[in-house]
Design a protein around this ligand. Structure first.
Ligand SMILES: [Zn+2]
Length: 325
């Protein structure tokens, strides 16, 4: 799990709000005129007055809005299946369905435009699959999913909130996370990719699991990839938010598919150590930085702010630090 780094995050967030505002207000006004049910009338006013906050507040700020909402409309804030009328009203007003539709006019701010602006190339949850946005001649070809960090079915109010729309791969979004309940008041129990990544608190490491130790450790069959904390203790001893995200996205289980990458790195750093160190030293004379040499050697990015550019960048960097760092 990696942090999303956007150089112009505030600017994109503001653009998202300004581009969505008029359409949402345009859907609220006629309903305000029509609505004679006081709860619905107040609900529409709540969204109207707090629209900027709803769309732009950082993840922890969304908890405050959620709690305000529950205080005022507690009786009608329920999962979709329990209160379809309220859910449908909020859904119709904020209308993520239209925003995410491929058919939306290509000049309009929509999920494609947002994905292009955010420009995260790899899923921040798994750091395995590309999530690039591709358009050609204004035709929409492919874009990342947007995972609703606080599920849309339970928190429809945040269906269009910038910090609740996480560009992600379909496997993480639909197959693994689905509608798992992350409550805004329990944000501290999870890693939110706009706030942090696993960093040093959740490092990839490897273990030799071969029964017959005469075999080379660097066979992918002899390796198990694990997540540990700073003290190299197992996942069970990691911070709660790391454990929760690992459980949600099955990180340890899925990373066993990538033991070949670790095996290759061990080969390069141990088996061919002398040749390899000479090879790396040959770049010293060119005045390249550590991160530039690392990129040439491992084909990946060394700095954590660049992890979102290429798959398996955190795995590669953590293993490198363990082997040679
Ligand atoms: Zn993913």
């Amino acid at each position: 799990m990696i942090k999303i780094h956007l150089e112009n995050e505030d600017e994109i967030c503001e653009k998202h709000y300004l581009s969505c505002k008029d359409a949402i207000l345009g859907r609220i006004e006629p309903k305000l005129d029509d609505s004679d049910i006081s709860d619905f009338h107040n609900l529409l006013n709540f969204i109207k007055q707090k629209l900027e906050e709803i769309l732009t507040k950082k993840p922890d700020g969304l908890a405050t809005i959620h709690n305000d909402f529950v205080r005022q409309f507690g009786s009608i804030v329920k999962p979709k299946k329990d209160n379809i009328q309220t859910y449908n009203l909020i859904d119709e007003i904020l209308n993520y369905t239209s925003f995410s539709s491929k058919a939306t006019n290509s000049t309009k701010w929509d999920a494609y435009k947002l994905a292009e602006a955010v420009n995260v190339s790899v899923c921040p949850y798994c750091n395995r699959l590309y999530t690039n946005t591709v358009t050609k001649d204004e035709k929409k070809i492919v874009r990342p999913d947007f995972d609703h960090f606080f599920p849309k079915s339970l928190y429809p109010l945040f269906q269009m909130s910038f910090y609740n729309l996480i560009p992600s791969c379909t496997i993480c979004n639909s197959r693994l996370k689905g509608n798992r309940h992350v409550n805004p008041n329990e944000l501290h129990n999870y890693v939110h990719p706009y706030l942090s990544g696993f960093g040093e608190d959740g490092r990839f490491t490897y273990k030799d699991i071969a029964k017959d130790k005469t075999h080379a450790i660097s066979s992918k069959w002899n390796l198990r990839i694990e997540i540990t904390n700073k003290k190299k203790q197992k996942l069970d001893d990691c911070k709660l938010q790391i454990k929760n995200n690992c459980a949600m996205f099955k990180i340890e289980e899925i990373y066993q598919m990538h033991t070949d990458v670790v095996a290759d790195m061990i080969d390069r750093c141990h088996k061919y150590n002398d040749i390899y160190v000479d090879f790396l030293k040959s770049f010293d004379s060119l005045g390249l930085s550590k991160s530039e040499i690392y990129k040439i050697a491992f084909g990946n990015y060394y700095n954590s702010k660049d992890f979102q550019k290429r798959p398996l960048s955190k795995l590669t960097r953590d293993i490198y630090d363990e082997l040679l760092g």
